[in-house]
Design a protein around this ligand. Sequence first.
Ligand SMILES: [Zn+2]
Length: 342
Amino acid sequence: MDEEKRARFVEWSCNVFVDVFWYFGVPRLWSLYYEAGVSWDEASRRIVMCRGKVMDSMWHWIQQDRRVDLNNIHFLQRRPELRQRAECQRYVCPHPLPPATILLNEICYLDPPEYAILEFCRAFNRLMTHSNQYGNLKYSAFLSVTLCCVEQKLGNKVLKRTWGGSVPLPKHLREIYIKHAARWIWHPIVSLPILISLDQTEEGEPLLGKVRVVPENQPILSCRAFQFHQGGWYRSSSEPKRPPLQGVKLVPPCSQCKDMFPSHDPTTGKGVGYVQYKKNPLGDARHKWCRGNCAEVTAFSDMFYQLELKCHVVNGDANKVLAKYKMDKMPRAKFVKKTNQL
Ligand SMILES: [Zn+2]
């Protein structure tokens, strides 16, 4: 796609997102707050804050593409008084989370049941999918096509649950965000392997070779990934009485993530890892490392933060690895043990 065409696609994707967010997302947020029993005052305070953050983030991200023209943004045509604020967002540093990530985090803060999150995302994605006269589908680049849920359980009781979506940005902006998030946002168990995998020789070999990052006191986690398909359906095992959700499909997790967060099946005793995957990816992903655009990365990173999980660097020197990516002075470095023994 040439650069001008790409910028028009970003503008179109933004117009679609903003309309769906404003006329469906915000009203639906109100009802989720109501269902969660949040007071009207608290709900309106949070919604105004969330709406502001989502819009500011959108203005920031579209303008990271220098060819995007704010004159083509419908919302700003209708609200010219917001134009100046939108322009300033271009220079905001550090990068904010993508707009749809801010929205998903706001919903997860309410900790609604699984079906409520899936229903919301299904509707949001459907509204952001348009078909032309030939029936070809066109998706806004600001939606998450995959969601991932990671849980820490004790028997059937869920102790902790985190959600993540695949990076909801156009491809060229996604790359900027992933580099930023790997350095500044994600937990080291997630971000170090991604930084290492982005750092390759021209032949595609990782510069740091066989370095691995392994959690200390491995937790027992379970992981499920979902995609929004026209044909699929999903019946939640935690709510078997509810009718199945049409257009939601349980899918295998990102195969590279399964390599980063290895699996263990407690019923058969197979595997040396710590994650139980609901479905298994096809093929063998050995030695291919995740490049950070999948839903698993955010969901695992949030879980590791919640568990305050520490990790070791194996086949490498932790201090050198942290220094190489200028993470040694960051507060997040405290999660990386400086000795190499397990
Ligand atoms: Zn992945």
